[in-house]
Design a protein around this ligand. Sequence first.
Ligand SMILES: [Zn+2]
Length: 135
Amino acid sequence: MSIESFYEYPAGVALSRFLEGLRLGRLIASKCSACNHMIIPPRAYCLKCYRPIKEYQIIGEEGRIVTYTRSLINIEGKPANPPVTWVFVKFEGVDGGLLHVLDSTINPQIGMRVRPVFREQRIGSILDIKWFTAV
Ligand SMILES: [Zn+2]
């Protein structure tokens, strides 16, 4: 027996800006107008000085892999062939980062320069990024 579970919750002001950016094929970070701290995914309040965020900014697409891991099973729990490579990507001058999958043809390395590959059909989801690939 299985029990289906489904729920939704609002993304909020900051994450909505991020998701809208993805729909347009852009990466959006929050920028604090008081201390200039930038973070992705964006936050509603500055993590450094706690002031409300009023500014959101498109950032450059190029980032660097700071860590990665390989998974031998896919998101459905079935064997993945080839294995799925999960990467955490950070962007110059921006705190935070994005966790996503890497182009399956790329052999990951710490510090590797990567960029997101956006899907042609986008809906405002993290899955609007197909994967990151080497620059
Ligand atoms: Zn601040």
